[in-house]
Design a protein around this ligand. Structure first.
Ligand code: XMP
Length: 506
């Protein structure tokens, strides 16, 4: 952790993580702290108090050491819950609401307020139920909505509160509000990847202290950047790649070739036969996941041997935040589960887990990879789930079904690459729909499975929308699959958003 930052205090809003992202997008270093961690945040250059689902009037509602906050002498911005808390602390009143007000309103800044410098009336996104009903002496209303209702307050030269979310894209000039707020800070810390990389390397050298490190690699962006970073730090690292036989077409060879390009030696363990045997007869998605997860760990730790040195894994900041906060969802649980299984937790208690990427978001990992000189194509690979093609194969996983998925998926990926759509999507793949339908192939009746194509856009996989692929790309992909993939006579395009669907089929 760098010593100075913009501290974001988490009161539990689902958007808190987004505030940090936006500040980093503006080029400043920001981190999340729980309300009781404010004192350990060092000396932040500015503090943002997030929104939250509770009422400041609830018993046991999250609180802040206001005297300490004031003693810092830095700018403070309260967002929704944060604003109500600041109003209370300054001697005003907050009245609990009976229902949550949610949606767009127009922000009308009062002239001359530094927080809204250079801004015109624009749409912002509200989400609150409590209201600041009485203001303390000296508190000024600095913005109203279209009906004249106060939605931003100034409590003092450095203390502001806003009743809307500047971090969401529905607040059209929200980024400008954050930028204006940061301009109040004295020399706010910059977040620049080249120097952050040097900082990470120095931290790794200090933490590893010459001990050997073992690291699981999958060919995915996170573990690849991790391996290269450890290498760059001069660490004695052993990289193990478990091929569970659930990879995409030619993927194992590609992973080995990519690591060859990066100059890193990896040990490949071909355990595909063991995985297929273990999966035989399993049709329940959770059981399949459990079989794969447990066997993966057995194979991996067998290779590592008894004496486990330091274990490095590519945990990212969203996983850390999600496991630290109460708001969680299915995607984060899957990931948390993945990085926090019992064996890892045990190692962690012994101080033997190294997670150098734990402060970064996915796009920042890619930027770090670029700063480390990793080729573009490797960095822009789509995310791929740990249980591999098994979660794209509803029902039993068999060698034949995997072959169908691999062939269809390879065609789809090439079509996306050729049309320039691969990098415009967060993730795309072909899944098998194990339902037979009737068709005609040549002059004969066919009775075969279907392939479902899925392509999504997303910021961090928490939510996703289906990618509006051009008809030509879909048509060419469908034709090629129908003509070349044995066992398929129908191609579908999945237009489900997440939520309620998830990105993967299982
Ligand atoms: P879902 O399907 O939950 O997926 O919308 C969200 C993101 O997580 C990936 N995913 C996984 N990644 N182990 C992983 O490492 C898993 O078990 C797993 N399941 C889903 C998925 O590909 C998407 O990017």
């Amino acid at each position: 952790m760098l010593s100075r930052q913009i501290a974001v205090i988490d009161f539990g809003s689902q958007y808190t993580q987004l505030i940090i992202r936006r500040i980093r997008e503006l080029g400043y270093y920001s981190r999340l702290f729980q309300p009781d961690e404010l004192k350990s945040s060092g000396h932040p250059a500015a503090v943002i108090l997030s929104g939250g689902p509770r009422s400041t009037r609830d018993e046991g509602a999250p609180d802040i050491d206001f005297e300490f906050l004031r003693s810092l002498g830095v700018p403070v911005l309260g967002v929704c819950y944060g604003m109500q808390l600041l109003n209370l602390k300054h001697g005003g009143q907050v009245t609990p609401g009976t229902k949550r007000e949610y949606g767009p309103v127009t922000l009308q800044p009062e002239p001359g307020c530094p927080l809204f410098e250079g801004m015109t009336p624009s749409q912002i996104w509200m989400s609150h139920s409590d209201t600041c009903t009485q203001l303390a002496d000296g508190t000024k209303v600095v913005a109203r909505n279209q009906d004249g209702v106060p939605i931003a307050l100034q409590f003092g030269p450095l203390f502001y509160g806003i009743q809307f979310h500047p971090e969401v894209s529905h607040s059209h000039q929200g980024l400008q509000v954050l930028k204006n707020f940061l301009a109040l800070a004295d020399d706010p810390p910059r977040f620049e990847m080249q120097s952050f990389k040097d900082h990470l390397i120095a931290e790794i050298v200090r933490e590893v202290a010459g001990r050997p490190v073992v690291c699981g690699v999958s060919g995915g962006v996170d573990s690849t950047v991790l391996a290269v970073l450890l290498h760059a730090a001069g660490v004695d690292v052993r990289c193990i790649f478990v091929d569970h036989g659930l990879l995409r077409k030619d993927e194992a060879v590609e992973v080995q070739r990519n690591f060859g390009i990066l100059g890193i030696e990896i040990e490949t363990i071909d355990a595909s036969a063991r995985f297929l045997t273990a999966l035989a007869g399993q049709t329940d998605p959770e059981k399949k996941r459990a079989v794969i997860g447990n066997l993966f760990l057995d194979v991996f730790w067998d290779a590592v041997g008894q004496e486990v040195p330091l274990f490095a894994q590519g945990t990212l900041y969203p996983d850390v935040i999600e496991s630290a906060t109460s708001s969680s969802n299915i995607a984060s649980k899957i990931k948390t589960h993945h990085n926090r299984v019992d064996r890892i937790l045990e190692l962690q208690r012994e101080g033997r887990v190294l997670e150098p990427l734990a402060e970064l978001f996915k796009d920042e990992v890619r930027a770090l990879g670029a700063a480390l000189g990793i080729p573009h194509d490797i960095l822009w690979r789509h995310p791929f789930p740990g249980p591999g093609l098994a979660v794209r194969c509803p029902g039993e996983v068999t060698a034949e079904r995997l072959t169908i998925i691999r062939e269809a998926d390879a065609i789809f990926m090439r079509q996306l690459q050729d049309s320039g759509w691969y990098e415009k999507t967060w993730q795309a793949y072909a899944a098998l729909v194990p339902v037979r339908t009737v068709g005609v192939k040549g002059d004969e009746r066919s009775y075969e499975f279907a392939i479902s194509l899925r392509a999504v856009t997303s910021e961090d996989a928490m939510t996703a929308d289906w990618a509006r692929l051009p008809y030509e790309v879909l048509a060419a992909t469908s034709n090629e699959i129908l003509n070349h993939v044995k066992g398929i006579n129908r191609v579908l395009f999945d237009i489900s958003t997440k939520p309620p669907a998830s990105i993967e089929w299982e």
